[in-house]
Write a protein that binds this ligand. Structure first.
Ligand code: ZN
Length: 409
């Protein structure tokens, strides 16, 4: 009863119940002239974490300073806050290029696209049990700039967001940000608030993209009922990286990327699946995460009627042919042929599970179960789920073996 009362009080009076809470403010001032974001992290409260270890990128997080003890150890920096208020300052180099030259993070005179989880690097926290931070992100932007971010606004002031990062003693901003002179469009589909944004002048396909998301999202949320309730899509043209990448409640998509590719998969659906699943591959199990996303990219096009059954089968056959170039699924990073082969394994697993259960179970149940973990998935997890759903009727390993390139025999 006491626990129930405490929970009730916590729910009714967040201000009082958070006596054990401290405030965290992430402040980032954007300086286009120097390509830098000046970051200040301020902790304030009657009790603070005793030790924070930041995993920095020494090429991008520069000039770290604090009035309290700061100890660099290679790519890690230890910060020991003292008293009831402590700040850490550093400069963040916004521009970053992929190996092929495209930018996946960029600050121009007119706009910026970056990942907030790079701006604020991972931080390991040592704190008394139960001590929780309540965090905001405040963006100091050049005149007439605006911001689109995957968080709720904190109050009416522009550029200030409340950071929701459940289960963390130190909530940290994650996901994509777009700042500057922007074009942006918004709608609500299946209860999900979706915003698509681009630098001004590059937003000519925002409504196409938004409409496509509206077409597929209700089907995606049937598979993943816990899909985030808001979603930000950031797009831009060259010289941004000609790819796509999901983040927390957000994703980046190059503006020239087709919504449906020539081989009838969809980069956008693939990345939406990553947002919905929120899982990552454990030991050499990235193929499971990527294979599910790629299989569902084709499957959802088919299920929503965007491609016919004939074209669906052609797409799977095409992936099978491509997958023949992948001698092994068990690699640390799945892409290209490995992902194609992984997608066809998922297609076969789906087929086998439907057959074994008289249509009562499908890969949807597997994907949904994985999504509830929101953690690391391994081949053992996959085997266990099939065992649970189909007893011994589906042999996961045999289906994997059957997908191996013919010329390996
Ligand atoms: Zn992927």
């Amino acid at each position: 009863v006491r626990r129930y009362l405490l929970a009730l009080i916590a729910a009714l009076l967040p201000g009082l119940a958070s006596a054990e809470a401290y405030r965290v403010q992430y402040r980032a001032a954007i300086h286009p002239e120097s390509g830098i974001a000046r970051v200040v992290i301020t902790l304030q409260g009657t009790a603070l974490p005793s030790r924070l270890v930041l995993s920095i990128d020494p090429a991008r997080h520069l000039r770290l300073q604090s009035d309290d003890v700061l100890t660099p150890q290679g790519n890690r920096v230890e910060w020991r806050p003292a008293g009831q208020k402590s700040s850490l300052r550093y400069d963040f180099v916004v521009d970053a290029q992929r190996r092929n030259g495209g930018y996946d993070s960029r600050l121009t005179a007119d706009w910026a696209i970056l990942r907030s989880d790079k701006l604020i690097p991972p931080i390991a926290v040592t704190a008394p049990r139960g001590l929780r931070g309540a965090a905001t992100l405040a963006l100091d932007l050049p005149a007439n700039w605006s911001s689109v971010a995957p968080y709720a606004r904190a109050g009416d002031a522009p550029g200030i967001y409340a950071i929701d990062d459940p289960g963390r003693s130190l909530p940290r901003p994650k996901g994509w940000l777009i700042l500057g002179h922007l074009a942006s469009r918004q709608d609500v589909f299946a209860g999900i608030d979706v915003r698509v944004a681009a630098p001004a002048g590059e937003g000519h396909r925002l409504l196409d993209t938004l409409g496509f998301i509206g077409w597929v999202l209700p089907t995606i949320t049937q598979i993943f009922p816990d899909f985030p309730t808001s979603l930000v899509i950031v797009t831009a043209g060259d010289p941004m990286w000609r790819g796509a990448l999901s983040g927390t409640r957000s994703l980046y998509l190059h503006a020239d990327r087709p919504l449906i590719s020539g081989n009838r998969t969809s980069t956008l659906i693939h990345e939406l699946l990553h947002v919905g699943k929120g899982i990552r591959g454990g030991d050499n199990a990235d193929w499971i995460v990527e294979g599910l996303a790629e299989y569902y990219a084709v499957e959802i096009l088919h299920r929503t009627g965007a491609i016919s059954t004939r074209r669906y089968q052609e797409a799977i056959t095409g992936l099978e042919r491509w997958g023949q170039q992948a001698p092994s699924l068990f690699v640390s990073r799945s892409s290209g042929a490995v992902t194609a082969r992984a997608a066809t394994v998922m297609a076969r697993l789906d087929e086998a599970l439907r057959a074994a259960s008289d249509g009562k179970a499908s890969l949807d149940d597997v994907a949904r179960a994985l999504a509830t973990t929101r953690g690391e998935v391994t081949l053992d997890t996959l085997r266990a789920l099939f065992q649970h759903l189909a007893n011994d009727a589906v042999d996961v390993d045999a289906i994997i073996r059957a997908s191996r390139p013919v010329d390996l025999d």
